[in-house]
Structure formats: C-alpha cells, structure tokens
Design a protein around this ligand. Structure first.
Ligand SMILES: [Fe+2]
Ligand SMILES: [Fe+2]
Length: 402
C-alpha cells in the first residue's frame, strides 16, 4: 500500500484533509501529524512514498522539514501545501519540493495529484535512478529562470510582443527560437532576426513548449556527454516535435493534443541526457552498441544502467508537474502498447514521429523495428502509416535543406 504522510501544525487542516481523502482510506496508508519533529521520526522509522507538508509551522519551517526529508529519505516524493499569502516561504522551499499545492485545494485535485505522485513512485523501479532524479536541482532553476515568461504565457490573454521581449533578454533562448523560426519548416521568405517577430510567427502555444524545453536542455551545458551530442539530440527532438504535431493535425486531433504532441516530442529523449550525465562511460558504451540498431537502446540501457531513458524522462516530467498525457507520451514512446489507450493521442503521435525520424535517418532501421504496428492496429490506425510517412519525408526533407 502507498504510504503518505501529511504534516500541518493546524489540527483542523489535517481533519479537513482526512475527511477529503476518506474515500482513499483502503488504497493509501495515510498518517496525519501536527508535529514536524514527529514527522521526521516517522520518516526515520519507516519509508513513506509521499510527504505532503505545510510550509508555515512554528516549531519547524516546512522548507527545513522537506530539506531534512530529502536528505534522510531521498526517494520520498515531497509535496508542499501552502496558502497564497506564504509566498516568501514557498520560494524558500522551492528547491526542496517536487510539487507545490495551494491551499485550499479541492478534494479531486488533491487526489489526482497524489495519484500521479504514486504512479511516479511506481514508474521507476530502480532506486538508484530514483535517487539521482529526486536529487536533481532542476526545478528551482526552471522556476526562477523562466518564471516571467511562463507567468505571461499563462495569463488569460498573454501578450506575444512582451513574451518576445522577455525571450530577447536570454541569448541562448533567442538563438534557439530564431533557429526554429528560420528553418525551412516555416517556409518564410525572409530571415527573421527579431525574437519579438519570431514569437508572433510561432504562436504562443508552440512557444510555451519551446521555451520550456530549451530551458531544460540548457541545464546540460556540455556539448557532448557520455558520447551523446546534446546539439544533435536537440535537433532530433525538434524534428520529432514538428512531425508529431503535424501527424496530430493530419488526424484532426484537437489543438491541445497537437500541442502536447509537440512538447512530448521536444522532451521525449530528455532521459538520455540524464543517464549520460550520470554515468558517462557506461552511456558511451550503450550508444556505440546501439549505433546500428536504435530499437535496441532501451534493453541496452536497462542492462547497463538498470533503467531506460523513457522511464527516466517520464519520471522527470511527473516530478516537474507535467500533465498525464505528456508523461505518458514520454514514458511509453518506445513501448506504446503499455498504454491502455484505444484512440489517437499525443503518445501515438510521438511514438510514430520518433520511429519515422529514426527510420529516415538511419539506413539500417526498418519500419518493423521502429513502429509498433500492433499498437496502431489497436487504435485502428495502421492504414495511416503511408500518409504519415509522406509527412515525415516532407518535414525532414525540408529540414535537410536548411
Ligand atoms: Fe527515445
Ligand atoms: Fe528519439
């Protein structure tokens, strides 16, 4: 049973939580404590999958508690629960938590978030990988570095010129945005050199996905790590993103699915960078062994490192609070049959786009080992493959022209 520890100095808040989560009593083993010192003792005595802690507590600050938990039980997923007025303490705690929940929160929202955290807990069976990921400090830098841009993008009516100005302040991000908008994919007659103009051309949704992934890629500053070329991986991810979005549009999927497919494509192989950064020598071996057979990379990673890049990527997305369809698209991009889904979605788009990108770039690859036909059959989509193949040839052909 999943064990969850709730800590809040106000007994009535805990009572509220207990009532709210009453329906989950048979599924989760929940403990409610008002004393953070007692909470630390409890963590010491037995393993908790998740801790949900208040931030403002008189005896011990929530940030301090979560920091201690991070130290003593790094595999525990840490969620902070705090009121809107506690901005200062929230900021202080940001590097110590995986997720932040604003008080008061609706029961279904809380259950959904805890459920996702438990799925995450099960996603990675390898404890060592789990520990590496929960120790990663990426969340704070994501929050602080591109906070302004995201804040603007998440307003009901964001201003594209303003977002463009914000992007222009960050040289690396401007370069990537301009590179994308100037690639032949957009078929623009003139070179665009102004990030503000680029923003207007790309559209805010695409930009949102792009800004996020650029920021993630930028955390890994080395050009090559563990035999992996970060710029090459970035180019591959951009191709997969573009193609996944086109495939979604060709299927007349809703805009939200097309955008999820785009973001899923941009981030689908992010786990590779994490694995390569963690154990460069081992990863270099994996890469050279899988050079002629991309499909083998998952099993090679598993035997060498005890986990694969798809699960690491999915886990990371979950920790960063991404929605389920993105986690699924990344987690299952090499093995979509794991998903219970029976209709077209971001997962199918990313899986097919990735498979076709590899197929077109690697002479040894074959359609059978890059695309899961049984999965497409289940979705009733096998007949679409030739159409998607045409889209891929167009998309990648255009990229090669640039
Ligand atoms: Fe992959
Ligand atoms: Fe890939």
């Amino acid at each position: 049973m999943i064990k969850i520890l709730f800590v809040d100095d106000e007994p009535n808040v805990l009572d509220g939580l207990r009532r709210m989560l009453h329906s989950m009593a048979g599924v989760w083993d929940m403990r409610f404590l008002t004393d953070p010192f007692e909470a630390l003792q409890a963590i010491q005595d037995c393993f908790f999958d998740i801790i949900v802690s208040d931030l403002r507590m008189p005896e011990m600050d929530g940030a301090v508690l979560l920091q201690e938990v991070r130290h003593r039980s790094p595999e525990t997923v840490r969620i902070a629960l705090s009121g809107y007025s506690d901005q200062a303490s929230t900021l202080r705690a940001v590097s110590q938590m995986h997720q932040f929940l604003a008080k008061p929160c609706a029961p279904d929202e809380l259950i959904a978030i805890l459920n996702r955290a438990t799925v995450l807990g099960n996603l990675l069976t390898n404890k060592r990988l789990k520990r590496i990921l929960s120790e990663m400090e990426s969340l704070p830098s994501l929050v602080t570095l591109y906070d302004d841009i995201v804040q603007e993008l998440e307003r009901p009516e964001p201003s594209a010129p303003f977002v463009g100005e914000l992007i222009a302040r960050d040289a690396a991000m401007s370069a990537k945005v301009l590179q994308l908008v100037n690639s032949a994919l957009f078929g623009l007659p003139n070179i665009v050199s102004d990030p503000v103009h680029a923003t207007l051309l790309l559209g805010l949704d695409t930009l949102h996905a792009l800004v996020f992934s650029i920021k993630i890629f930028d955390q890994f500053t080395a050009e090559t790590v563990g035999g992996l070329s970060v710029p090459d991986l970035w180019n591959h991810c951009v191709s997969v993103a573009r193609l996944a979005k086109r495939i979604a549009m060709a299927q007349s999927a809703p805009d939200a699915v097309a955008e999820t497919a785009f973001l899923g494509g941009l981030l689908h192989d992010i786990g590779k960078i994490v694995l390569a950064t963690d154990t460069p020598e081992l990863y270099a071996n994996v890469l050279s062994e899988s050079q002629h057979d991309h499909a083998a990379i998952i099993s090679l990673e598993e035997s060498a490192l005890g986990g694969n890049h798809a699960e690491v990527g999915g886990y990371l997305m979950g920790l960063w609070g991404f929605s389920e369809p993105i986690i699924e698209a990344i987690y299952m991009h090499h093995d979509p049959a794991k998903s219970p889904s029976t209709s077209f979605g971001a997962l199918a788009a990313v899986h097919v786009a990735n498979g076709l990108c590899h197929l077109l770039k690697e002479p040894e690859a074959s359609l059978n080992n890059t695309i899961d036909h049984a999965f497409l059959e289940r979705l009733g989509l096998n007949r679409q493959v030739p159409i998607w193949m045409d889209l891929a040839t167009q998309t990648l052909g255009k990229e090669n022209d640039t």
